[in-house]
Design a protein around this ligand. Structure first.
Ligand SMILES: Nc1ncnc2c1ncn2[C@@H]1O[C@H](COP(=O)(O)OP(=O)(O)O)[C@@H](O)[C@H]1O
Ligand SMILES: [Mg+2]
Length: 366
């Protein structure tokens, strides 16, 4: 790749910062490298800086500091329409007075393509999203899902190497959203397009992406494939934001042999995996996933620390059972078990003991 300074990344943010008002940084020291063909999602709460990053990559906003590179070239000073990037937004942004065919023709005309070439590409792009029959309709004559398919097809019609999508499915109902999630990922992978996708919906991020960048407060808190993000959160924010999570608070007593002994605030002791705690005396938030909690003593290791728990609520959910417990003063401690023939249904009011493998219990920042 030409001129690549430090890597062979296709998309690269190098120490990028952004301030709109010259005072507050809404993007703080962003470093990100994406290989060609990757589907990467920026996930985070509203206001965490996701759209700003996408707009800088597209060229509609400039970085206050740092460099953005595409295929090894710095693009800070290249105007949006010369970056070869397709974009899809939540509100479709189709031209209402034009037919679907004319909407798709527009990005091709801007790029100077002749009529017959345009027609071939439009047909192909509409067939990709199974909307070929709608070429002469206007946007208002289509449903929301159909309009979003057209917006997608318009972003792909000039065969961009990079496509940016900002909450593109936010306006659709749940069923259609899930169908479109699969369509988009299949299309992106089949065409070998590099995609940056923005959402605040963690399920969407986990199911669609090769890697997810979790944003909070203008920073990437963790960048990892979905399974790693869920199973190995690197800090409390990520543990809380991704999936359901149980939290217990306490103080690190000792760290030895890769295990942290933590004294919970009610005095009980548990073994954890030290993630971002480093010494005795530090406060910590311990994180355990609901499906990793064990209350069948036979399945716990000899000598494992257990905690007393009281069953508060049992919820039958069909495929799983969701049981709420009081553990170490926390009334919101949840256990999820699979609805198997031999599975115990815990009754409210029962006193039980729970435990887990130390590696499933992560000692994170307080
Ligand atoms: N054009 C703008 N002018 C001033 N502030 C902005 C502008 N766009 C976004 N912001 C601010 O920047 C921060 C990040 O916003 P944004 O990137 O839109 O976050 P997200 O997409 O994660 O919701 C927010 O505090 C927002 O209010
Ligand atoms: Mg946004």
């Amino acid at each position: 790749m030409a001129n690549s300074a430090s890597s062979d990344a296709f998309v690269e943010f190098d120490r990028v910062q952004k301030s709109y008002d010259g005072e507050v940084l809404v993007v703080k020291d962003l470093n990100l490298q994406m290989p060609k063909g990757e589907f990467l999602t920026m996930l985070g709460p509203s206001g965490s800086g996701k759209t700003t990053c996408l707009m800088m990559l597209a060229g509609f906003e400039t970085a206050t500091h740092g460099e953005i590179r595409l295929d090894g070239r710095e693009i800070n000073n290249i105007p949006p329409h010369k970056r070869g990037i397709g974009m899809v937004f939540q509100n479709y942004a189709l031209f209402p007075h034009m037919t679907i065919g004319e909407n798709l023709s527009f990005p091709l005309e801007v790029r100077g393509l002749g009529k017959s070439e345009r027609e071939a590409k439009i047909k192909r792009a509409l067939d990709m999203v199974e909307m070929g029959a709608f070429i002469n309709r206007r946007p208002a004559q289509l449903s929301g899902g159909q309009q979003q398919r057209i917006a997608l097809s318009r972003a792909l019609v000039f065969e961009p190497e990079l496509v940016l999508m900002d909450e593109p499915l936010g306006a659709l109902d749940k069923q259609l959203r899930e169908k479109m999630q699969f369509e988009i990922t299949h299309l992106a992978h089949n065409l070998g397009i590099t995609t940056v996708y923005v959402t605040h919906d963690q399920t969407e991020a986990l199911t669609m992406s090769d890697r997810v960048a979790v944003f909070d407060d203008g920073r990437i808190q963790q960048l990892a494939p979905p399974d790693e993000l869920y199973e190995q959160p690197q800090n409390s924010f990520v543990a809380q934001f991704i999936g359901e999570n149980n939290t217990l608070e306490g103080v690190v007593k000792e760290i030895k042999g890769g295990i942290a002994l933590v004294q919970l605030d009610d005095g009980e002791l548990i073994d954890c995996k030290p993630i971002n705690v480093s010494q005795p005396g530090e406060r910590t938030r311990v994180s355990i996933r609901p499906e990793r909690v064990e209350f069948n003593k036979d399945r716990l290791k000899e000598g494992a620390h257990t905690l007393k728990a009281e069953v508060l609520e049992f919820i039958y959910m069909g495929d799983i059972f969701r049981t709420r417990l009081r553990v170490a003063g926390n009334d919101e401690f949840v256990v999820k078990t699979r609805n198997a023939p031999d599975q115990v249904r815990l009754k409210p009011g029962t006193q039980i003991e729970i435990g887990w493998l130390p590696e499933d219990c992560r000692a994170l920042d307080a």
